[in-house]
Design a protein around this ligand. Structure first.
Ligand SMILES: Nc1ncnc2c1ncn2[C@@H]1O[C@H](COP(=O)(O)OP(=O)(O)OP(=O)(O)O)[C@@H](O)[C@H]1O
Ligand SMILES: [Mg+2]
Length: 374
């Protein structure tokens, strides 16, 4: 019988083992159990593309459901407060009377913002009051929150804050790209959300990845030696999407070698699987990230790639032969596209694993795109 590849290298797909998230899952669960005011009831999850934000939201939703809570998951779009209202309206377990239909109709009709604010508060309040009375609660999650408007987020935040003050069972978790979320919460963003429990999804310890790989292979009745295991784990750089890619292609290499009833993974399987995984990663993540960058931005990245660690922004300008201030817009754009991030005042580093290596390796071809000789 053909064994199924257990790894899931697809956006949003639940991995066979959720690596490195024990603490946050526990904190959230405690938040649900502890009652109103627990920090786990208000969370912000940030991280680069493919770091596992969506999957984590799904997982938190599962925990909430296990505690009999109702869950509304939305992805940021226009008219987000209305979308949340509509989702709540469709919930069977909350009996929406004529009263609520009326409110939703009103919300649609009245675009005036002060009125709208009251409506999302009322609709959520109606649901949460009912659920709280039954010993349940409501979890609202927003994914890709960096794409939401500050006004919409403020409106939702105000409503959530009021419901918490009324001692109702509500939890609110939002996830998005780090730089985008920070700018959403910056300056005129809602202060209330700035104090949300922060969870930055950066590198997962490689030994935890090794343990997860081991468990996943063993569960499928596939043996892997210590050194092969260590090499596979190392190749993921502790990056969620790469964990699935490496696992998937290592499995596949072994399957190609041994046939359908795969029993063990050899070092050669790991090596060839990692090569394919890395190529796939370059194609889906790295190439997408640097596609159609302006020439100055590409040159900026290539100069950064020459340093093994973080780069001084002053030194980048010097090496490019321009003034530091003329590169401000370029740097900001690269930060907002989540290619690089500030590590200290006046220093930046890459946000995506293997981007540096990719730039070094393909320097000539990348410059040729702009008609420049490398
Ligand atoms: N904790 C984890 N352990 C192992 N694999 C994970 C983990 N979290 C996510 N993954 C895997 O990583 C990949 C990306 O996950 P997900 O889509 O949640 O990332 P994301 O941060 O939402 O990405 P994007 O910013 O592109 O939406 C998926 O293949 C998923 O199975
Ligand atoms: Mg996602």
């Amino acid at each position: 019988m053909m064994k199924t590849n257990p790894f899931k290298p697809t956006a949003g797909a639940e991995p066979p083992v959720l690596v490195g998230r024990d603490t946050i899952l526990k904190d959230f669960e405690i938040g649900i159990e502890e009652g109103v005011g627990a920090p786990g009831r208000l969370m912000r999850i940030t991280g680069p593309r493919g770091s596992g934000k969506t999957v984590l939201l799904t997982e938190l939703g599962d925990i909430a459901r296990q505690h009999d809570w109702h869950v509304v998951d939305v992805t940021a779009t226009d008219h987000l407060p209305e979308l949340i209202c509509r989702r709540l309206e469709k919930t069977d377990e909350i009996d929406y009377s004529v009263e609520l239909d009326f409110m939703v109709v009103k919300a649609k009709a009245q675009k005036d913002s002060s009125q709208k604010l009251e409506d999302v508060y009322e609709v959520m309040g109606h649901a949460v009051r009912k659920l709280t009375k039954e010993g349940k609660g409501l979890l609202v999650t927003i994914d890709e929150v960096q794409d939401a408007s500050v006004e919409d987020i403020r409106e939702i935040a105000v409503a959530v804050q009021h419901l918490i003050r009324e001692r109702l069972n509500i939890a609110f978790v939002f996830a998005g790209l780090t730089a985008g979320v920070m700018s959403l919460l910056g300056e005129d963003g809602p202060t209330f959300l700035r104090r949300a429990y922060p969870e930055e999804l950066d590198t997962i310890p490689v030994d935890e990845v090794a343990t997860a790989f081991h468990a996943t292979f063993e569960k499928s009745g596939v043996h892997i030696d210590e050194d092969a295991l260590a090499e596979a784990a190392e190749a993921t750089a502790g990056y969620a999407y790469l964990i699935q890619l490496v696992g998937y292609y290592v499995w596949r290499s072994a399957q190609v070698r041994t046939g359908a009833s795969i029993r063990s993974i050899s070092m050669e399987d790991v090596r060839s699987g990692v090569v394919t995984a890395r190529r796939e990663f370059e194609r889906t993540v790295l190439e997408t990230a640097i596609a159609r960058l302006p020439r100055t931005a590409m040159e900026y990245l290539l100069v950064m790639a020459e340093n093994r660690l973080a780069s001084s922004t002053g030194e980048i300008a010097e090496r490019m032969g321009v003034s530091a201030s003329s590169l401000t817009a370029t740097r900001k754009m690269l930060v907002s596209r989540q290619l690089i991030e500030p590590t200290a005042r006046g220093y930046v580093d890459f946000s995506i694993p293997f981007l540096r290596e990719y730039l070094i390796e393909h320097r000539q071809a990348l410059l040729a795109r702009y008609g420049v000789e490398g």
